[in-house]
Design a protein around this ligand. Structure first.
Ligand code: AMP
Ligand code: ZN
Length: 490
């Protein structure tokens, strides 16, 4: 059953927040552009995928049956947006003297591992571009038949000028085609196109190009934009609810997707277009091409020159969720240190919920708090505002512990359930022991824990209690469990 909700989503197409109404309730179809698997995913890529993980999780929480399709681009993504340059995967294969499919498998595997370490849920379907070549050829034929594409020297291009006579090329990115034409020079290797704005549906492979397939026009490979039109409509229908991706894909990639789908199927493919904003590193966009990147493993190990220590994936997740997905977020040492503190505080409070003292009455309005939490998420997935609400509850939890507020049995059960929903299921956060990631602190703590274990083995309770109490004075809590003793820092 779908929860009665008031979810509003910012739609890039209209430039407004719109009430979310699925096309075919209780189903929701969501397509997100996946990675081009030719190198390790960086933390910037990860932010975009995490933003849509939050969307996926919240829609599921509301009771929708979501079919989430995220593709793997394993062919066709050229180095330049102007349909020139080498295929990114072919190039890497050439440089590393591997088969392109070895490159694809290596980085697809890496991508899955990274996403899992950040507790991202897998999509329902993860189709690949090379698995859908027949469909891409078919749609190209349709566009040629409709007069919206033309063959030139064995390649096929989408005719933007022709399309624009009946449609509006630029409707998503708010660009004006006349301006685009006026500002575009004829580039080298573009003579095959009638207009520099036209884009490739099929490219003839040059002699040295390794990735190639037969087609009616030439041995070649599909254009990058085409795969997403094919795979989204194949699995979600010619019209579906949500299409997402990073801001940088709005133009030309998503603009071209709209043109291809409208051209082929005579209807707008997507109801809500969502774009996640960029992660910057010390103020500059994180990007493979400029080298201003940091890889997840470098952040987890502390083995990099940007950060003074290692950070746990859950801290990185919390850091990202503290910003709204449509805001630019800057990654820096200070911001990560602050996020770690906040994360620890939240998790510590979450752990103490289980053991809260129960009273006759509840002294605060729990119902209102739950309502506010939902309102924040309903407002275009506003995770930072939800986190602010959670910290309001942290204050109540601490106040219940010190006796200045109270909670009754019924509300205690509700609080446990809602905390689990908001923190674990929707935000995808879980508690971590030994979170500091600081080698010196971990080492010193290990030593103290061993000393305490020895004292306990000798029934020297005074020493063992002293170690625990002195650490507590510094905000460090020891936790005895089946696997031994762990600790967390306030
Ligand atoms: P790519 O593998 O380059 O096609 O990128 C995969 C996804 O990561 C796309 O949705 C991009 O928009 C997104 N992306 C790339 N760089 C960043 C960044 N610095 N911050 C957030 N998302 C990014
Ligand atoms: Zn795409």
């Amino acid at each position: 059953m779908i929860e009665n909700h008031n979810l509003h989503i910012y739609n890039t197409l209209s430039g407004e927040k719109e009430k979310f109404e699925s096309l075919n309730p209780p189903m929701v179809g969501m397509y997100v552009c996946g990675p081009t698997v030719y190198s390790d995913v960086h933390i910037g890529n990860l932010r975009t995928f995490m933003s849509f993980d939050l969307v996926f999780r919240y829609l599921k929480h509301l009771g929708y049956k979501v079919r989430y399709v995220r593709n793997i681009t394993d062919v066709g993504h050229l180095e330049s947006n102007a349909d020139t340059g080498e295929d990114k995967i072919s190039k890497k294969a050439r440089l590393e003297q591997l088969e392109p499919m070895e490159i694809v498998h290596r980085y697809t595997h890496d991508f899955h591992q990274v996403l899992e370490s950040f507790n991202n849920l897998p999509p329902s379907i993860e189709p690949t571009a090379t698995g859908h070549l027949i469909e891409q050829i078919e749609i190209t034929k349709t566009l040629i038949e409709k007069g919206l594409a033309y063959e030139s020297e064995g390649s096929v291009y989408f005719d933007v000028t022709k399309y624009n006579q009946e449609h509006n090329y630029g409707e998503l990115s708010k660009r004006n085609i006349e301006d685009l034409m006026a500002n575009s020079r004829t580039l080298d290797g573009q003579d095959e196109k009638r207009n520099p704005q036209d884009f490739a549906l099929w490219k003839k492979a040059s002699a040295e190009h390794i990735m190639r397939w037969p087609s009616p026009w030439s041995e070649g490979f599909p254009g990058w934009h085409l795969e997403c039109t094919v795979m989204s409509t194949k699995y979600l229908g010619e019209q579906f609810d949500i299409h997402g991706g990073g801001m940088d894909l709005k133009f030309p990639h998503h603009e071209c997707e709209i043109a291809q789908a409208k051209g082929a199927f005579d209807q707008a493919p997507v109801k809500y277009w969502m774009h996640a904003n960029m992660l910057t590193l010390n103020g500059q966009k994180m990007s493979k091409s400029t080298g201003n990147t940091i890889l997840p493993k470098e952040l987890f190990s502390g083995d990099n020159h940007f950060f003074e220590k290692a950070f746990h994936p859950m801290v990185v997740r919390f850091f990202m969720l503290q910003a709204h997905y449509r805001s630019v977020l800057d990654l820096s040492n200070e911001a990560m240190l602050a996020a770690e503190k906040g994360f620890n505080r939240l998790m510590l409070a979450g752990k103490s919920i289980e053991n809260l003292p129960i009273s006759e009455n509840t002294s605060f309005d729990l119902h209102q708090w739950v309502k506010l939490c939902h309102e924040k998420m309903d407002d275009d997935f506003n995770s930072p505002m939800l986190i602010a609400q959670l910290f309001d509850m942290v204050k109540y939890i601490n106040a219940i512990l010190d006796g200045s507020e109270t909670i009754n049995q019924h509300d205690h059960i509700i609080l446990k359930m809602r905390w689990d929903e908001f923190v674990h299921q929707i935000l995808g956060l879980y508690a971590v022991e030994n979170i500091s990631g600081n080698k010196a602190l971990d080492g010193a703590m290990q030593l103290l824990i061993e000393q305490r274990d020895k004292a306990r083995a000798n029934k020297d309770w005074a020493t063992s209690d002293e170690i625990r109490d002195r650490l507590a004075q510094y905000g460090i809590t020891l936790k005895d469990g089946k696997e031994g003793t762990g600790y967390s820092v306030e």
